[in-house]
Write a protein that binds this ligand. Structure first.
Ligand code: ATP
Ligand code: MG
Length: 385
């Protein structure tokens, strides 16, 4: 069977970049191929008959960076209506290349037998790759699948390419169809962007092309200084959730709710975003507090939100308080435990929390510095009680 590597793998190979995935297309039955490979070389195969794809889990002897290879049957796609998921049929490699997003992603290299190494370039992708051009394959492309506009920007910025003028010209007509994309699909595109080292430039470019406000008006007025930090070297900020926080922390809690109606954030991210927005709005409240008061104030906020904000706030005093909370104060606990209080014969109840908090505050504010001093304070408290 004719077998090809296609898409991003060929693009990155020709650019001399590291491959992060390896897309294999077979002209024929991918499941039969997977089964034949595993019976000849070992390993195991799982098949998705509905999609005509197989995953070959490689035998130990063939494992490299890859644990498994995806084998996919060449197919053609049609779109019943704009922004619909495509209707898929078995096809030839030529069909499979024509269903793709951009010419630079529509290259294939053949792998089987004497054809090994033949470049298949039906759509002049090699030339566009050479010239640094992002170009769609036909004029309905963005209407069929509006996520491609976001992908175009991602590749443009990632590789320092240009979206071809005639491709840019197709954006206005397709832009309204972004509304038809499901929350999951549009959020996925934004997630992919936020994972890129140059995420901020990508967002700026999207905004320039008016592709953020169509997702939600709240997305377009992003806070440049906070976002700029996302390009910094800080490891904690180099992931998509941190970047979502940096992007949205200046919004009101209510606005995050509106945005969530469009994007359906995962529950944990939504909670963190709320916390970050609230913390950002109330950040000056930590100024002039005693450490124990800072702890009481910050305790209810998410640690992830605090972590990102501690790096993103501009005010150096607030920054240093948040940082001390994270590295030091948050971990402070009195030596006495609930167990000890029970031994002293205090009946379990809200009193426990009150006493333990009082002891913790004493440590935080430097009122006690040794276990003996804590004991003394505790005795004092118990006598009064
Ligand atoms: P990346 O380096 O970001 O992974 P990639 O090109 O490998 O880039 P994938 O999302 O992994 O991108 O998709 C693999 C291939 O599938 C693409 O190269 C492209 O040919 C095709 N493809 C992906 N998404 C679309 C789409 N929305 N419309 C058409 N073709 C697509
Ligand atoms: Mg890929």
């Amino acid at each position: 069977m004719p077998l090809y590597i296609v898409g991003g793998s060929v693009r990155d190979l020709l650019l001399g970049r590291r491959l992060n995935d390896f897309d294999l297309i077979v002209e024929g039955d991918a499941i039969a191929l997977g089964r034949a490979l595993s019976s000849k070389y070992g390993g195991a195969v799982t098949a998705h008959t509905k999609f005509g794809t197989a995953k070959w889990f490689l035998p130990e002897s063939l494992k490299t960076d890859h644990q498994a290879l995806d084998l996919i049957s060449a197919r053609s796609e049609t779109y019943k209506y704009p922004a619909a998921l495509p209707t898929v049929k078995r096809g030839r490699i030529a069909d499979d290349l024509r269903r793709r997003d951009f010419t630079i992603n529509a290259l294939a290299v053949r792998l089987d037998g004497s054809h090994f190494g033949e470049l298949r370039d039906d759509l002049k992708g090699a030339e566009d790759l050479q010239q640094g051009m992002i170009r769609v394959l036909h004029s309905r492309s963005f209407i069929d699948d509006p996520t491609r506009m976001y992908r175009a920007v991602r590749y443009e910025v990632r590789y320092g390419f240009k979206i071809a003028e005639d491709t840019i010209a197709l954006i206005p007509e397709a832009r309204p169809f972004v509304e038809k994309l499901s929350a999951q699909r549009i959020r996925h595109e934004l997630d992919l962007i936020l994972e890129e080292p140059n995420a901020v430039s990508m967002l700026k470019r999207l905004d320039e092309l008016d592709l953020l406000s169509v997702v939600h008006p709240m997305l377009s007025n992003f806070h440049q200084t906070n976002l700029a930090i996302a390009t910094s070297e800080e490891a904690v900020l180099q992931n998509r959730n941190s970047r979502w926080i940096l992007w949205l922390m200046h919004l009101k809690a209510q606005d995050i709710e509106f945005l969530n109606e469009r994007l359906h954030f995962p529950a944990d991210l939504l909670k963190t975003l709320h916390s970050a927005a609230l913390l950002n709005a109330n950040r000056t409240a930590v100024l002039g507090l005693k450490p124990s008061e800072v702890v009481e104030f910050l305790e209810s906020y998410s640690i992830k939100a605090l972590e990102v904000l501690s790096m993103a706030v501009e005010d150096v005093e607030i920054k240093s308080i948040l940082t001390r909370y994270l590295v030091e104060w948050w971990h402070v606990k009195p030596k006495t435990t609930g167990h000890d209080l029970k031994k002293y014969g205090i009946p379990p109840g809200p009193k426990y929390t009150e006493i333990l908090r009082r002891l913790r505050a004493a440590w935080l504010d430097g009122e006690v510095k040794t276990e003996a001093e804590e004991k003394a304070l505790l005795n004092n408290l118990l006598e009064k009680a």
